[in-house]
Design a protein around this ligand. Sequence first.
Ligand code: ADP
Ligand code: MG
Length: 254
Amino acid sequence: MAKIFCIANQKGGVGKTTTTVNLAAGLSQIGQRVLMVDLDPQGNATMGSGVDKRKLEMTVYDVLLEVASIVDVRVHSEKCGYDVLGANRELSGAEIELVPLERREKRLKQALAKVDKEYDFILIDCPPSLSMLTLNGLCAAHGVIVPMQCEYFALEGVTDLVNTIKQVHANLNKDLQIIGLLRVMFDPRITLQQQVSEQLKGHFGDKVFNTVIPRNVRLAEAPSYGLPGVIFDPNSKGAQAFVAFAQEMVGRIL
Ligand code: ADP
Ligand code: MG
């Protein structure tokens, strides 16, 4: 059965999507079977996996509203080596349309149950909010991976997220735990980043992943080519860090 992880942080622009697609590509490269689920109506993880969101006939939206089965909606990204359950703007409607429906926060969980034997990892890219969509992700997952920048208010933000995860754990999903905090866009030359990094380790201990993802322009360029950095430029520092992170994940989980 697949290990199902949400990549979540209620802040935007912190590296969730970059982490999701590069971890997916890194895991695929080391022989893991991966499904990437895009839960953000912006569809960045879909595009960044080489799947054109504008050309998708069906998306995760149809799966959440139970109009279609996940088996018919997922597509395989040949270039990236993993399967994609894509999203586009249509998904923003789901937020409101799900509200009156029964089992509204468990829709993704039930859909994934149909395919979880086919994968080793299912990675869910969450939108930057605590919405009905994120809640579906958190209810479906065994764990949460939190990408974060080592900035001044980082600890505060993480505390809010940790509290949310505790609430979901208590009320909706007993399996849910924090797998770890991933330091991303890290620049060791900036003293403040080093200080916050040390604070994080002091506070969260071994919940902080050993791997650190550096700030690396190749990771930022890759999406415009419809590729994760791991595939766009395998020799770049950013790509190598994500492959190391994939190895760390496999080591922690298996
Ligand atoms: P989120 O999904 O949390 O909104 P993204 O993954 O889209 O965040 O990242 C925000 C921006 O930062 C994007 O333009 C992305 O290309 C860039 N970025 C992310 N990680 C890195 C990194 N390690 N080095 C350089 N740029 C990065
Ligand atoms: Mg994103």
